[in-house]
Design a protein around this ligand. Structure first.
Ligand SMILES: Cc1cc2nc3c(=O)[nH]c(=O)nc-3n(C[C@H](O)[C@H](O)[C@H](O)COP(=O)(O)O)c2cc1C
Length: 176
């Protein structure tokens, strides 16, 4: 085993699922940004967590203002468009080529190309100066999945510009 410097330790938790988080500002302007620090935190009620590093992202600003966001799971067919939404440029959503559609419950829009969509209402933002990411906890208020989705289409983020499908599937016996 090689010893890994502690500043790189969090990167050993990989691959992570890639999502595009869509939000709206209080004036109604849509935003989208890719994230891969995401995990479920509760079955009942269904809740998830997002780790957001930069204090000044539009995603955080919009979530604070409107208390809503949508997690769109990224699949290979629209991965390049989703990742293009990382750019800090004007009108990046329009330039990315993704198509937005109305959500079922929240005002923030969903991505038409997404095959899994989780509409969320903000539960809590945990800000601790001990961590360099905000912990954004959302309650899932509506969930949708395309029945045609093949698991291997789901895009996993390794690091930097490295992505892959979700890989070979196999069973491991579980004794409950
Ligand atoms: C694949 C991918 C995954 C990312 N994951 C995260 C993440 O989990 N947390 C984070 O803070 N930033 C993450 N980023 C960076 C944000 O997308 C970036 O800060 C973005 O500019 C934020 O946009 P916004 O200002 O519109 O919210 C990721 C970027 C990419 C391309």
């Amino acid at each position: 085993m090689d010893k890994i410097p502690l500043e790189k330790a969090a990167r050993l938790i990989y691959p992570r699922i890639t999502v595009l988080v869509t939000t709206k500002s209080k004036e109604g302007k849509a935003n989208a940004a890719p994230y891969s620090w995401i995990a479920p935190v509760s079955f009942r009620p269904p809740m998830l967590y997002l780790g957001i590093q930069h204090r000044k992202t539009l995603t955080i600003k919009n979530i604070r203002e409107t208390k809503e966001f949508v997690v769109n799971i990224v699949t290979k067919n629209w991965a390049a468009k989703a990742i293009a939404c990382e750019a800090k440029i004007e009108n990046k959503v329009e330039k990315s080529g993704i198509t937005l559609r109305e959500s079922k419950v929240v005002k923030a829009q969903s991505v038409k190309e997404a095959k899994i969509v989780l509409e969320c209402k903000l539960h809590e933002i945990i800000e601790t100066d001990k961590a360099d990411h905000f912990l954004v906890i959302g309650k899932i208020v509506h969930a949708e999945k395309d029945s045609e989705l093949k698991d291997k289409e789901i895009v996993m983020h390794y690091s930097g510009a490295n992505f892959a499908g979700s890989g070979e599937k196999y069973e491991v016996e579980r004794k409950k």
